[in-house]
Design a protein around this ligand. Structure first.
Ligand SMILES: Cc1cc2nc3c(=O)[nH]c(=O)nc-3n(C[C@H](O)[C@H](O)[C@H](O)COP(=O)(O)O)c2cc1C
Length: 145
């Protein structure tokens, strides 16, 4: 398998926890995985990877996690056209029923606009991320196919 980068943003650590599960899943499917906080990612380095996985929780009233805002604004066709991509993010449908995991949808629609190839449906984790480890693991298996 080729090189993959998993880019995450995480204010309270939940997305980071899921990122760990997903990256292990990719590694065990023989992908060479780099995991980075979105704040440390340079758009230019994405060219080095065959697969890009984005992990972003929804914050505020249906907004991207803070550190993803600049990245999202800089996403372009030059970086993402024909790139294999997948998006995951935790949220809470009980507390935020109207904006549940909209960050995942926002990133996916931006990726579509940029001409990227979504390799799996976005993973939206509802509530406790610890309880969703199996779900994250099987999603990771899906995107490696
Ligand atoms: C102030 C606040 C606003 C939130 N807004 C939303 C929201 O609009 N939609 C949603 O699905 N989840 C929302 N959440 C839930 C978070 O997405 C969830 O707690 C997530 O696991 C946080 O991820 P992180 O620990 O990686 O930052 C919100 C949580 C807080 C504390």
């Amino acid at each position: 398998m080729g090189k993959a980068i998993l880019i995450y943003g995480s204010t309270t650590g939940n997305t980071e926890q899921v990122a760990d599960v997903v990256s292990k899943g990719l590694s065990s499917a023989s992908w060479d995985v780099t995991v980075k906080n979105v704040a440390e990612v340079d758009m230019g380095e994405i060219a080095d990877y065959e697969l890009v996985v984005l992990g972003c929780p929804t914050w505020g009233d249906g907004e991207l996690e803070e550190s993803f805002i600049e990245f999202h604004a800089n996403m372009d066709e030059a970086t993402f056209k024909d790139k294999k991509v997948a998006v995951f993010g935790p949220g809470d449908s009980e507390l935020y029923p109207d904006t549940f995991c909209v960050a995942v949808t926002m990133l996916e629609s931006k990726l579509n606009e940029c001409g990227a190839k979504l390799v799996a449906e976005g993973l939206m984790i509802d509530g406790d991320v610890g309880a969703a480890a199996d779900e994250a693991e099987s999603w990771a298996a899906d995107i490696t196919k």
